[in-house]
Design a protein around this ligand. Structure first.
Ligand SMILES: C[S@@+](CC[C@H](N)C(=O)[O-])C[C@H]1O[C@@H](n2cnc3c(N)ncnc32)[C@H](O)[C@@H]1O
Length: 273
């Protein structure tokens, strides 16, 4: 029997497949994330750069939730993503909210044929580039689009420890096959490499590692099956007894606890040399 092909999590084909499973980019499970986590810190950090004259570029905006939620604190926000259905959703939400200073673009910043990365912005036009949980390739073109003194603020998922119970599940449902597993190794090193190759340097970086609690077997099932083809994997009912056994053996007071890990970083563009 041919082995089931699973696209590498967060590859272009993985996002294209995910877009057929759920409307927009979001985590489809409910969980409790510990305080002082990276997601919260990212939102607080971008607030430091707010201003009515600030021109923002958001990379890999998904269905536009972040761009719309911050738009009233900035001059203009351009946000792009390569998945057409995400941009359709973003534009629909924009119509609903009436945010006049946001522009959503369906755009792929990477041209694989030309081995070239081009951000959708004019040279010397951007004051703040933001990217939440997105790719890193765009760093290559960041200095071109930024004004002198502009900032990049980004948040990336950081490799999380693989839980001991993962191997108790059928192979397809191992943690490593879930979209939650980045499989990228050291994100800190990857960011530093990309910045260095673009002639930039990391200004500051913060690692966040807090607990994330899944209170029921159903929510845990949602997490481990995220992004996998529903008709090719065991149903919740099929493996419920295994999930119950995992909760019995590994569960803590409020449920199964994973680590929620993020790397938050910023870099500044210096052009006038
Ligand atoms: C992990 S999702 C994050 C979405 C959103 N920033 C959020 O926080 O919910 C990463 C997004 O980057 C987009 N992306 C990846 N490579 C891209 C590229 N070359 N050009 C445009 N978008 C890209 C994906 O389509 C995906 O929507």
């Amino acid at each position: 029997m041919a082995e089931l092909y699973i696209p590498r999590a967060h590859s272009n084909s993985w996002y294209e497949h995910l877009a057929t499973l759920q409307a927009g980019y979001y985590y489809p499970w409910n969980s409790e994330i510990g305080e002082r986590n990276g997601e919260q810190a990212f939102l607080e950090l971008i607030e430091e750069y707010k201003g009515t004259a600030v021109n923002v570029l958001e990379v890999g905006c998904g269905h536009g939730e972040l761009a719309l939620s911050i738009a009233d604190r900035y001059g203009h926000v351009t946000a792009y993503d390569r998945i057409p259905s995400y941009i359709e959703l973003a534009n629909k939400s924009k119509d609903d909210t009436g945010a006049g200073n946001v522009e959503f673009l369906c755009y792929d910043a990477q041209n694989p044929e030309l081995h070239q990365t081009t951000l959708p912005a004019r040279t010397d036009s951007v004051d703040l580039i933001i990217c939440r949980r997105g790719p890193l390739h765009w760093i290559e073109d960041a200095a071109r689009v930024c004004r002198d003194g502009a900032w990049i603020v980004a948040l990336n998922p950081m490799e999380e420890p693989i839980p001991a119970w993962s191997s108790k599940l059928p192979h397809l449902l191992h943690f490593e096959n879930s979209g939650r597993h980045t499989g990228t190794g050291s994100i800190h090193q990857s960011v530093e490499n990309r910045l260095h190759q673009a002639g930039l340097t990391l200004h500051s970086g913060w690692s966040f590692d807090v607990p994330e609690t899944f209170g029921s077997t159903h929510e845990l099932y949602r997490m481990i099956t995220w992004g996998l083809p529903p008709r090719k994997i065991p149903s919740y009912e099929d493996i419920r007894y295994k999930l119950d056994a995992i909760f019995d053996r590994y569960g803590e007071k409020d449920g199964i606890v994973l680590r929620h890990c993020r790397f938050l970083w910023r870099a500044q563009i210096h052009k006038s040399k």
